[in-house]
Design a protein around this ligand. Structure first.
Ligand SMILES: C[S@@+](CC[C@H](N)C(=O)[O-])C[C@H]1O[C@@H](n2cnc3c(N)ncnc32)[C@H](O)[C@@H]1O
Length: 276
């Protein structure tokens, strides 16, 4: 039973969360989880009302720590290695060779995984890049992973993974690049640190601008948590962050054509990619 959160307050904090993170919470689906979190957090802070907690969140959170706690509690971080793996194959077999051939020598090719959750997505890119082997021999490739949730970024940096997380990696690749531990697997030393992980909110223009320009952006399974207006805003942020000719790839249930019309859609086998 929720102690502090009422339906009316759910609407207020829901609107606040939406405005700051784009995440759209539905009362029917998310009330209990949020209510439980607020009860626990208010206890930890020694507060006995929603009003006090909400005041702190809005007006007494200079470093953003309270907002970070809330984000860490409400995000859905489901991910695993080689998820929707055709897209990694298109990345290494089509996109990277094409961009490499067009780019001036000496310029690094930059890829963003936004959001990266616990790191499986950007490390899947790295695994495909090193396994393919050709482009990376001739050009520096930088991979950056961002997520709004600071706990998943800490886990991504630690590079320790469960059996469930690695289940889709073919055995020879797993054996080559991971070390078996008592519980689960750890990414081998050769690949640790090959992704630059950072906490960032895709709606925070300053944070996004600081990341610089990219040639490829993967944004899979995040837009599904947003409404149309937020999806549009994020799609335009990605557009601005891409170098001309760069590509965006979305999750299988996400379609750019329903969001904005500034990208040119291309179909490679069954994979849709969007070019600036
Ligand atoms: C389901 S995971 C997807 C991970 C990976 N891209 C994949 O497809 O396997 C969604 C992630 O989006 C992140 N997220 C949600 N809102 C965000 C925002 N405004 N900025 C950055 N990341 C966000 C969550 O923290 C969560 O880790």
């Amino acid at each position: 039973m929720a102690r502090l959160l009422s339906k009316e307050n759910f609407a207020k904090i829901g609107e606040f969360i939406y405005r700051k993170s784009g995440i759209y919470l539905e009362e029917e689906k998310h009330f209990d989880k949020l209510a439980k979190y607020i009860d626990r957090r208010a206890d930890e802070l020694g507060m006995d009302s929603f009003r006090k907690y909400f005041f702190k969140l809005r007006f007494d959170d200079k470093d953003g720590d309270e907002f970070q706690e809330l984000m860490n509690a409400i995000t859905v971080n489901e991910t695993y290695f080689f998820r929707e793996k055709d897209q990694f194959e298109v990345l290494v077999n089509k996109i990277l060779p094409e961009l490499h051939a067009k780019m001036p020598a000496g310029k690094p090719l930059r890829i963003l995984s936004s959001p990266c959750s616990t790191g499986e997505e950007p490390y899947s890119m790295i695994l495909h890049i090193v396994e393919e082997g050709k482009v990376v021999e001739e050009r520096d490739i930088e991979v950056v992973g961002i997520d709004i949730d600071s706990t998943v970024i800490e886990k991504a940096k630690a590079a320790k993974y469960t059996d469930r997380s690695i289940h889709a990696i073919p055995k020879p690749i797993l054996n080559r690049w991971f070390v078996k531990k008592k519980l689960g697997y750890e990414l081998g030393e050769d690949l640790q640190g090959t992704v630059d992980f950072k906490v960032a909110n895709v709606f925070d223009k300053t944070q996004m601008r600081k990341l610089g320009k990219f040639d490829v952006i993967f944004s899979r399974n995040m837009l599904i948590y947003f409404d149309d207006a937020s999806r549009k805003e994020v799609a335009m942020t990605f557009y601005d962050m891409l170098n001309p000719g760069g590509y965006v790839l979305l999750g299988h249930a996400e379609y750019m054509s329903r969001i904005v019309s500034v990208f040119k859609a291309k179909k490679i086998d069954s994979t849709l990619i969007y070019q600036k």
